[in-house]
Design a protein. Structure first.
Length: 169
């Protein structure tokens, strides 16, 4: 049972829509300003990597169940979220990527965005949201712990250790 998400219901404060190839320059600009994130994941943002992220889904997941979305205030991209419906199982959603525009960081906006999105997902019947956190990134660790995520497993990768974390809704 896939849920078919109504993106307009993910936020009451921001306009939410799927991001497309036309949005890549804007996404790239947001990513470039977030150097701390890229220091820890060991890769720099590139237009090619963003274009690939728009198109790839986890094994067994149809691309229509992948929501690579932007949260906008007027024409300004406030946050980017890669949200997977039904991964790793039907009652789970997975955040493959979440990044705030640096101009909006440190104001509680990221926490507001995820809490509103999670309230909607809970309404849609999801039980759990999962994601991966770079173990060495103190900013990401703090943000996701503050938002109720618990680490369930460490997954060593080439670039370092990823903490698989989840939050019950």
């Amino acid at each position: 049972m896939m849920h078919g998400l109504d993106l307009t219901k993910l936020s009451s404060k921001y306009q939410v829509r799927r991001l497309t190839k036309e949005d890549i320059p804007m996404i790239y600009e947001v990513c470039l300003k977030n150097q701390q994130y890229y220091e820890y994941c060991g890769k720099q943002p590139t237009v090619e990597r963003i274009e690939s992220d728009l198109r790839i889904a986890p094994p067994g997941i149809d691309i229509s169940d992948k929501y690579y979305i932007g949260f906008f205030e007027d024409d300004t991209l406030v946050a980017v979220m890669d949200l997977i419906d039904g991964y790793p199982d039907e009652e789970s959603a997975f955040i493959g990527f979440f990044m705030m525009n640096m101009d909006f960081q440190g104001k509680g906006i990221g926490s507001l965005i995820v809490s509103e999105a999670f309230a909607y997902l809970k309404n849609k019947g999801f039980a759990v949201v999962g994601l991966g956190i770079d173990k060495e990134n103190p900013q990401s660790n703090h943000f996701w712990k503050k938002n109720g995520f618990s680490v369930i497993k460490e997954c060593p990768q080439e670039e370092g250790v990823i903490l698989l974390a989840e939050k019950s809704l």
